[in-house]
Design a protein around this ligand. Structure first.
Ligand code: CDP
Length: 260
């Protein structure tokens, strides 16, 4: 793991052997692990480890809107609260939500809203609480991805899942899934989110410099790698439901055996 010391970024983000500082190829994701149903008090929840990022998402809803004046008579509202723990970054982060957290909360909400049937839930709210425990670049993407899983885990009707990741340019080369140090010391960062029911992009941000001719490759690669992450999301949900099914079958079998 590369220790991030403020203002001391390496001159080069590629090693002699052409690999990135964390040993990855240019077009390689960091290791990703996901789990659903991790918090017993939430209606739905999920956890993701994406490289060194560690993030929980908890969903409540549909429920009464607080404060009431935020309720909409013709539809439900989605409220997202993205927060970084004070110990999640190298410097101590101030505990109060800053401008960055408010902006990221809004972005994640905009990414997720198109897949929800909010029109079916007038006067209510769905709330998604995202806690970044450890941060290392791309937390908005990992948070969007884990929040979509938590919504699915809560049984909220959805048109599809949402997947997000960031591509970028470091030392002039296009790379997939920027780490924290690449995000800070690299040339460009382009987070994207995809809603699978219509194959549309619900987030496209850009920070840095990029040649317009690279944009098509960016989009193609983003979709290709997002698909890989999407398949992990689906497998995570399937694992949960297959586990439930197995338990029900076991219980039924035990009941049958007892009644013999
Ligand atoms: O996390 P994401 O890439 O979506 O957002 P960012 O604002 O581009 O931040 C990039 C990275 O900088 C984060 O993932 C953290 O690792 C780090 N960061 C930090 O060290 N201190 C902060 N107050 C905010 C972010």
């Amino acid at each position: 793991m590369v220790l991030l010391i403020k203002d001391e970024y390496p001159d080069k983000l590629f090693r002699e052997d052409g690999k990135r500082l964390d040993g990855r190829d240019k077009k390689e994701l960091r290791p990703i692990k996901m789990e659903v149903g991790v918090l017993k008090n939430a209606d739905g929840s999920a956890y993701i480890e994406w490289g060194n990022n560690k993030i929980f998402a908890a969903v409540y809803g549909p429920r009464e809107v607080h404060p009431h004046h935020l309720a909409k008579p013709d539809r439900g509202v989605l409220r997202v609260f993205y927060r970084m723990a004070t110990y999640s970054v190298f410097d101590r982060k101030r505990p109060a939500p800053g401008r960055r957290e408010k902006e990221i909360s809004m972005i994640i909400s905009d990414c997720l809203e198109p897949v929800l049937f909010l029109e079916l839930y007038p006067g209510t709210s769905f709330e998604v609480f995202i806690e970044v425990i450890d941060a290392d670049g791309g937390t908005r993407c990992a948070s969007t991805t884990v929040a979509a899983l938590a919504l699915a885990d809560a049984g909220v009707p959805m048109r599809s899942l949402v997947t997000s990741l960031a591509l970028g340019i470091i030392d002039g080369e296009l790379v997939v899934d920027l780490s924290g140090i690449e995000d800070k010391a690299g040339d460009a960062d382009l987070p994207i989110a995809i809603t699978w029911f219509n194959d549309e992009i619900s987030l496209l941000q850009f920070d840095g410099k990029m040649d317009l001719s690279q944009f098509d490759e960016f989009l193609t690669l983003s979709k290709e790698f997002a698909k890989e992450i999407y398949e992990m999301q689906v497998a995570t949900l399937k694992e949960k439901y297959l586990g439930i099914q197995e338990n029900i079958e076991k219980e039924n079998k035990n009941r049958e055996d007892d009644s013999k």
